[in-house]
Write a protein that binds this ligand. Structure first.
Ligand code: ARG
Length: 457
C-alpha cells in the first residue's frame, strides 16, 4: 500500500507486532458498510466515475457475502481489516478498487468502523441488561412478601423483603442502561471524511455518509475525529460500573449459597462439583462473574493509559483500543448472560431467611420507633433505652420480645409488654411504608413501576 516509498518489506517480528487483522477482523461488517457509503458518496459528488462507484459497490457486496460465509481471511501481510477488504476488492473489480481510498485515510476509516461497532455493542449490552432486569423482576415479584435479614457491615440490621433486596439490583441495572444510552448518543457522530487528520481538498459530502451510516451528524473537527477515543473509554467505564454491580450480586450469591447462610441453593446447571469432595456444590459461575470484573476494570485502565499521553493526532498506540474494548464487551456480555441464568434458577430458601431475619435483635429499631411514637420519648433517648434492653436480653440469652416485664420496666417505664409484643419481623417490614421502603405494598408498587418502565424501553 505504500510500496512507492519503500525498498524492502517488514521484518517478521515487525509484521507480528504491527498487524491487527487477527483482532480487527471483527470490524468487517462496519468496514464494508463505511466503504460502500464512501464510494456511493464519491460517485454522487462526481469525485469518481458513476460506473466505478457501481463496480466498487458490487465488489464490496460480494466481499460481505464471502466473509459472512467463510469468515475473514487472516493474512498478516495485509495488516488490518481495511487493507484486507481493499486487496480483495482489487482482486474482484480491478482498477476501480484503487479509487475507493480517494479523500479518505485509514485514520478516519478505523475511527468510523470502531464507532459503528461500539454503537451496536451498546445496543447488545442494553439488551443483556434488560434481560437481567426482567429476571430480577420476576423473582422479586415471587418474593414481594418473603422476609430476610437486611445487613449493614454484613451484620443483621433490619428485616427486609427479598423482593425489595432484588429490586435494588434492578435499579442499578437501570442506571447502567442509562450510562450505555448516554455513551451511545455521544458517540454517534461520523469521523468519515476527516481523512488523515486535516480533512480533504475533494468536495466530499460528509453529511451524506454520516446519514447513510445512521450517524446523527459528521464530527465537527477532523483532528478530534481521528485522535480521540473517549467514546471507547465511556463504553469501558460504563461496562466497568455494570461489572461492579454484577460482581456484587455474584458476591451475595456466593455468601448466600454457603452453608452457614444457606439462603439459596444453585441448580446443577450453574454449579460445579469437586474432584475430591463428593458432597461439594460450588457457585463457580458467580465466582467467575465476580472475578471477570477484574478484566473489565483493567480494560478501562488499559485504554486510559493508551490514550492519556498521546499528542494529537493518530498514533499507532491507538490500534490496541479495539482488543481492549472487544475484550470488555465479550466479558460483560458473557457475565450478563450467566448472571441472568443464575437469577432465573436460584432456589431461595425463604424458611431459612425468615428464621435468620429475627436474629441479632433486628427489630431493635422498631422498639425505639415505638417508644418515640407511642410514648413521646425523644429518639436519641429511645435509642439509649433500647440499647440497654438489648444488653439485658443478651445477658439473659433471650429475644427482645421475651425480655421479662420486670427487667424492661427497670430500664424505662415505657417499655411495656405491649411494646415488646409488637416486635415481629412481619410487623417491622409492614411498617416500612415510606416511598422506596421495604413494606410489601411498596415493593409491589415498585415492581409494577419497574415493569411498566421496562415495557416502554
Ligand atoms: N489498524 C489501524 C488501527 O487499528 C488502522 C489505522 C492505521 N493508520 C495508520 N496511520 N497507520 O489503528
Amino acid at each position: 500500500m505504500w510500496g512507492g516509498r519503500f525498498g524492502g518489506g517488514p521484518a517478521a517480528i515487525m509484521q507480528e507486532i504491527n498487524a491487527s487483522i487477527p483482532v480487527d477482523k471483527r470490524l468487517w461488517e462496519e468496514d464494508i458498510a463505511a466503504s460502500r457509503a464512501h464510494a456511493a458518496m464519491l460517485g454522487a459528488c462526481g469525485i469518481i466515475g458513476a460506473e466505478d462507484a457501481v463496480q466498487i459497490d458490487r465488489g464490496l457486496a460480494q466481499i460481505a457475502d464471502e466473509f459472512a460465509k467463510d469468515g475473514v481471511p487472516v493474512d498478516l501481510a495485509l495488516e488490518d481489516i481495511h487493507m484486507t477488504v481493499e486487496s480483495r476488492l482489487k482482486e474482484l473489480v480491478g482498477e476501480p478498487a484503487g479509487r475507493l481510498h480517494t479523500a479518505r485515510s485509514r485514520n478516519d476509516q478505523v475511527a468510523t468502523d470502531f464507532r459503528l461497532w461500539t454503537r451496536t455493542a451498546c445496543d447488545r449490552i442494553d439488551a443483556g441488561l434488560k434481560a437481567l432486569q426482567a429476571a430480577l423482576l420476576a423473582r422479586a415479584e415471587e418474593h414481594a412478601d418473603s422476609i430476610m435479614p437486611g445487613f449493614t457491615h454484613l451484620q443483621v440490621a433490619q428485616p427486609v423483603t427479598l423482593g425489595h433486596h432484588l429490586l435494588a439490583y434492578v435499579e442499578m441495572a437501570r442506571r447502567d442502561r442509562g450510562r450505555f444510552a448516554d455513551a451511545r448518543r455521544r458517540l454517534n457522530e461520523s469521523p468519515l471524511g476527516a481523512a488523515a487528520l486535516a480533512g480533504t481538498g475533494f468536495a466530499i459530502d460528509r453529511n451524506a455518509t454520516a446519514a447513510v451510516l445512521g450517524f446523527d451528524r459528521p464530527m465537527a473537527n477532523s483532528i478530534d475525529a481521528v485522535s480521540d477515543r473517549d467514546f471507547a473509554l465511556e463504553f469501558c467505564a460504563a461496562a466497568s460500573i455494570a461489572a461492579i454491580h454484577l460482581s456484587r450480586i455474584a458476591e451475595e450469591i456466593v455468601i448466600w449459597a454457603s452453608q452457614p447462610f444457606g439462603f439459596v441453593s444453585l441448580p446443577d446447571a450453574w454449579s460445579t462439583g469437586s474432584s475430591i469432595m463428593p458432597q461439594k456444590r460450588n457457585p463457580d459461575a458467580a465466582e467467575l462473574v465476580r472475578g471477570r470484573a477484574g478484566l473489565l476494570l483493567g480494560a478501562f485502565q488499559r485504554l486510559a493509559v493508551i490514550v492519556k499521553g498521546l499528542p494529537l493526532t493518530y498514533s499507532k498506540d491507538l490500534q490496541d483500543d479495539k482488543e481492549t474494548l472487544f475484550g470488555a464487551f465479550d466479558a460483560l456480555a458473557l457475565s450478563l448472560a450467566a448472571m441472568t441464568g443464575m437469577v432465573e434458577t436460584l432456589a431461595f430458601r425463604t424458611d431459612r431467611m425468615r428464621a435468620l431475619a429475627a436474629s441479632g435483635y433486628s427489630t431493635a429499631t422498631d422498639l425505639a420507633d415505638w417508644l418515640v411514637r407511642e410514648a413521646g420519648v425523644p429518639f436519641r433517648e429511645a435509642h439509649h433505652v433500647v440499647g440497654a434492653c438489648v444488653k439485658r436480653a443478651e445477658e439473659l440469652g433471650v429475644e427482645l420480645s421475651a425480655l421479662p416485664a420486670s427487667d424492661a420496666a427497670a430500664i424505662h417505664a415505657a417499655v411495656t409488654p405491649e411494646a415488646l409484643a409488637a416486635l415481629t419481623v412481619e410487623a417491622s417490614v409492614a411498617s416500612r411504608t415510606s416511598y422506596g421502603g421495604t413494606a410489601p405494598e411498596r415493593v409491589r408498587e415498585a415492581i409494577a413501576a419497574a415493569r411498566a418502565a421496562l415495557e416502554g424501553q
